[in-house]
Design a binder for this molecule. Structure first.
Ligand code: GAP
Length: 480
């Protein structure tokens, strides 16, 4: 089930990710399963950091957004109401020769399973006409496998937010405009999983549904989609275009805050024929991956389509009474919807650097340095005793490690030459390393209880007192 080799850089990234425990193929010992990936020890930390930073900025830092943690399996009527049962499908064709099944709109870049060096488009074998293939994973709830018991693994986290809109708005006592956000797994039976974790069958989403006033209540100044509307400070009476623009800007600046450079990010305004039927406008935030410029997140103006659908299908009112305008309405929604796995992949691709770094003998060597922004780096600090066979050094290093590890993700390493240990940490993107040597123990009296602090990107080393170490590290890591 190996993926085709997209390019050399991606090969290096995939190999490093496996070697250093960022990402493994799911069920690898059984040959893998296409479209499913596991995060190893470092990948789990990286992913957790991304989710925590998103959660912090989307809800904890804001007074107008609250969180939700809903189930993966819901009542199947949710997907009837949302339109997923009837329309969440991709056109697919079957090859009558190799029996492969391919997305009709992606034949161009898809290699033939029989002859991987050839693209499906180059193969002359007969193909079926395109047929709609529903992407939702089906299962049964309870012991009896009948049509009545069919349920689906959610293909997006968004719908549970709409379904719980009434409950959340009542208990949180939020007033429109306000949002509900959620992080969680989503499942799509993608016909052609591709580009490593980019298009997977099981992935995680981070979604916000931000409920706003409908146009007739908002009375807002509107511009054309994409027109520069001032969105410096949010106002309750903004119309959908301003809120949409506002969220595009918020999300873009968040990506920059976690270390993705502005020149690697692009906005793509979906054209009328790309837009989903419920969307008034959608802006995709794109990242320049080694395999092309691809979507990280979609920011959609979804009108009041979903709440209206759930009102109709459930028979329960989704109306909101606006105290201020004394109007009753079904709120409209702006939806920034991001994929955790794509974000993690973008961070890994962006961090990957090959640098010439002097080895122990001072000879420059080509090495991989993962230049993660310190906020997302899986490990923040490596702690080393200069020598592992000197108990005084080991004891002191363990003391420093114990002091740091309760505050920041730390890693203790005593094996190999010190240069090797730095190299190992560079390769996983650890921003700082601390070495405990004989001067720490007072060999030079004036250096007693000081350590060497090495910075990953500059490779600069400085001598700092242990009692100031934590505050210096926190400042460098951007922590309070
Ligand atoms: N609720 C709206 C929604 O789900 P989407 O554009 O289908 O919109 C949103 O998905 C985000 O979820 C995408 O921008 C992407 O980051 C992520 N995503 C979607 N399908 C994915 C897949 N097969 N593998 C990994 N991430 C995916």
């Amino acid at each position: 089930m190996a993926e085709p080799k997209v390019n050399e850089l991606m090969e290096k990234i995939v190999s490093l990710s496996k070697r250093r425990g960022l990402i493994f193929q799911s069920s690898e010992i059984y040959g893998g399963i296409n479209g499913f990936w596991d995060y190893g020890p470092l990948g789990a930390e990286l992913k957790r950091n991304v989710k925590e930073l998103w959660w912090q900025s989307m809800t904890r830092d804001r007074e107008d957004v609250v969180g939700l943690d809903a189930t993966i399996i819901t009542h199947p009527k949710v997907w009837e109401a949302s339109g997923h049962t009837s329309t969440f499908s991709d056109p697919m064709v079957d090859c009558k020769d190799c029996r492969g099944r391919f997305r009709a709109d992606q034949l161009e870049g898809t290699p033939c399973p029989k002859k991987p060096s050839k693209m499906v488009t180059e193969c002359s074998a007969e193909k079926t006409a395109p047929r709609a293939f529903n992407l939702m994973f089906k299962t049964y709830v309870g012991p009896v496998e009948t049509e009545d018991n069919v349920a689906y693994l959610r293909p997006e986290t968004a719908q549970a937010i709409f379904v719980q809109f009434k409950n959340v708005s009542e208990v949180s006592r939020q007033k429109i405009p306000f949002g509900i956000c959620q992080i969680g797994k989503a499942f799509r039976n993608e016909i052609n999983p591709r580009n490593y974790t980019f298009r997977s069958r099981e992935f995680e989403q981070m979604e916000l549904e931000f409920f706003i006033k409908p146009d007739e209540v908002a009375h807002a100044k509107e511009g054309a989609p994409g027109e520069d509307v001032s969105t410096d400070s949010p106002e309750p009476n903004w119309g959908w275009k301003q809120w949409h623009q506002y969220w595009v800007e918020q999300r873009l600046s968040w990506y920059k805050s976690i270390g993705l450079p502005a020149d690697a990010l692009e906005l793509h305004w979906q054209s009328d024929d790309e837009l989903a039927h419920y969307a008034r406008a959608t802006v995709d935030i794109m990242y320049k991956f080694p395999f092309g410029v691809q979507e990280l997140e979609g920011v959609a103006a979804r009108s009041n389509y979903d709440l209206t659908q759930h009102q109709e299908h459930s028979g329960k009112s989704m109306e909101y009474f606006d105290e201020e305008s004394k109007a009753r309405y079904i709120p409209h929604v702006i939806e920034p919807s991001a994929g955790v796995d794509r974000m993690v992949l973008a961070l890994i691709c962006n961090a990957y650097h090959e640098a010439m770094i002097p080895n122990a003998k001072g000879v420059p060597e080509k090495r991989v340095v993962m230049r993660f922004d310190p906020k997302v780096a899986p490990i923040k600090v490596g702690v080393f005793p200069l020598l592992k066979n000197k108990p005084e050094l080991v004891d002191k290093a363990k003391c420093v490690y114990d002091m740091l590890k309760v505050h920041v993700a730390s890693f203790y390493d005593e094996t190999g030459a010190i240069g090797k240990r730095y190299a190992r940490q560079d390769e996983i993107g650890t921003p700082y390393c601390v070495t405990i040597d004989f001067d720490t123990l007072g060999e030079k009296a004036e250096l007693l209880d000081t350590v060497t602090l090495r910075e990953r990107d500059s490779t600069e080393q400085s001598r700092v007192p242990i009692k100031e170490l934590l505050s210096i590290l926190k400042a460098g890591l951007g922590l309070p």
